[in-house]
Design a protein around this ligand. Structure first.
Ligand code: PLP
Ligand code: COI
Length: 340
């Protein structure tokens, strides 16, 4: 399929309407087969569960053009599983893994002209999501749901691409202990909007959230997990029940250990020790690995030795290995790459 005429190398992280999207409805206790449609709009009751009580969950993954011209997606089985975990926490019906992967395949295939060519730095972002559609006025779960998957070509999540960013320690909390921080619920992002608008207005690219209970431990940002590199080359990443279990982070831990021979510690990370790390990065589907150069904490600055110009050397190796696996220039572990 001929590619769209888009300036792929210069697109940002935004929404662009593509050709077809997948839509499936849940009613009377079961999912229908779903369809592909060109209709990018949603019509639901004014009293739909999603509109009144925010009953909605989502996922994010990407399709890539490999060096030899194939279209692939990265570990969609893990997105299917995480969506199921999100649904269970919000009392929503789960969407089965095989149907989820089939829906991803169909949508990517239908929009292959929007999958950015190899080497442009852009990718096709895939957004599966589910929401309660029938009227709900007493606080309770909906009975009817819609599952949709759309795609949009995207460039780097942070302006400037691989340039290190500056973040601030937020005065707001993202997730409560025993709350919903570990799932991908829209409500987690709604409550982060004031914090991100505030951070941007103050000139920062993102927030670092600390644990809500003690405000001594590093959690994550609004849309990515943290990776730190110690001065002796170890990878350290926060462990917490209230952060999203990033698929990128889990993949990078494997890459660090099995491809790069690095030691990895997944453990509680106290904010007090952050000043001693050599490198810091944010990892996620959208963020890939975005290097952090500086953290601002109420008048104090932590400046990582890797500086504000380039990714630190170990972060760079992790980045190159992961993207090499995704783009087909480095052999992937069994089952990570699904060809469309
Ligand atoms: N943390 C949050 C809050 C996110 O929204 C995301 C994005 O999905 C991530 C972490 C990274 O997760 P993943 O690597 O699975 O995209
Ligand atoms: C993703 O990385 O897929 C996300 O959902 C993060 C979001 C901030 C865009």
């Amino acid at each position: 399929m001929a590619k769209q005429n888009i300036d792929w190398s210069n697109i940002g992280f935004g929404y662009m309407k593509t050709g077809e999207r997948f839509v499936s409805n849940y009613k009377d206790g079961k999912w229908d087969d779903g369809i592909l449609t060109e209709d990018a709009t949603v019509t639901i009751s004014e009293c739909a569960g999603v509109l009144q009580y925010a009953q909605t969950v989502f996922e994010g993954l990407k399709a890539y053009t490999t060096a030899n011209g194939k279209t692939v997606v990265f570990r969609p089985d893990l997105n299917a599983k995480r969506l199921q975990d999100s649904c269970e926490r919000l009392e929503m019906p789960v969407y089965p893994t095989d149907k989820f992967i089939e829906a991803i395949r169909k949508v990517v295939k239908a929009n292959e002209d929007f999958v950015p060519p190899y080497g442009t730095g852009a990718t096709l972002y895939i957004r599966p999501y589910m929401f309660g559609t029938n009227p709900v006025i007493g606080v309770k779960p909906a009975d009817e749901y819609q599952f949709r998957v759309f795609t949009t070509p995207v460039g780097p999540y942070f302006k400037g691409g691989a340039k290190p960013i500056t973040i601030k320690v937020s005065d707001f909390d993202r997730a409560a202990p025993h709350g919903t921080g570990h799932i991908k619920a829209g409500l987690n992002y709604a409550m982060s909007l004031h914090a991100i608008v505030t951070a941007h207005a103050e000139g920062f690219d993102e927030n670092m959230y600390l644990d809500a209970a003690t405000r001594t431990k590093v959690e994550e940002t609004g849309g990515a997990n943290f990776l730190f590199i110690t001065k002796d080359g170890k990878v350290v990443t926060p462990k917490s029940n209230s952060i999203l279990p990033s698929i990128t982070r889990r993949s990078l831990i494997y890459v660090a250990e099995h491809y790069l021979g690095l030691e990895v510690e997944e453990r509680e990370v106290f904010f007090d020790e952050v000043k001693d790390f050599a490198e810091c990065g944010l990892c996620g589907t959208a963020a890939v690995i975005s290097p952090v150069g500086k953290i601002y904490d109420h008048g104090n600055e932590i400046c990582f030795p890797s500086g504000m110009e380039e990714m630190g050397p170990i972060t760079k190796k992790l980045y190159e290995t992961l993207t090499g696996i995704q783009m087909g220039t480095i052999e992937a572990p069994e089952g990570w790459i699904v060809e469309i």
